[in-house]
Design a protein around this ligand. Structure first.
Ligand SMILES: [Mg+2]
Length: 143
């Protein structure tokens, strides 16, 4: 018997990150779905309105686990308090700043074209910049 993969939150910027963005980014929707199969709770976190984000997912017949504005990353984190990791993928300093503020590890989407198969938690974390956000839940448990 195999254990299910631990769940982690994978927040995706759209423009400059996902293939459906304007400009298109390096991350395919198929890769996002494969990440989900590997334990990712997937959704978008973008400057686009929530309605625009839902239309984008609908156009690919995918129901995301969440859609959020960049300022709402902390809410995404609080929605999934038991996730083992929180990762935001984006292409700008704005993404980086909001990710850090909400305690997400940040992955620069420009790295993805070189590593097309980042679909499991370990490979995402290998790409992530050092996290300078609030302490993780694991750290909070320490005295
Ligand atoms: Mg972007």
């Amino acid at each position: 018997m195999s254990c299910p993969a631990p769940e982690y939150v994978l927040s995706l910027d759209i423009d400059g990150t996902l293939e459906t963005g304007d400009p298109p980014g390096p991350l395919s929707m198929e890769s996002a779905l494969r990440a989900r199969e590997g334990g990712a709770i997937i959704g978008s976190c973008s400057d686009r309105t929530l309605t625009e984000q839902r239309i984008m997912w609908d156009s690919r017949q995918i129901t995301p686990d969440f859609v959020a504005r960049k300022t709402e990353l902390m809410d995404v984190r609080n929605t999934f308090p038991d996730a083992v990791a929180y990762i935001h993928v984006g292409d700008t300093d704005v993404d980086r700043r909001w990710a850090r503020a909400a305690g997400f590890s940040f992955v620069d989407s420009h790295l993805l074209s070189e590593v097309a198969s980042s679909v499991d938690l370990g490979s995402w974390l290998a790409l992530a910049e050092p996290c300078e956000g609030p302490p993780t839940r694991a750290r909070q448990r320490l005295p």
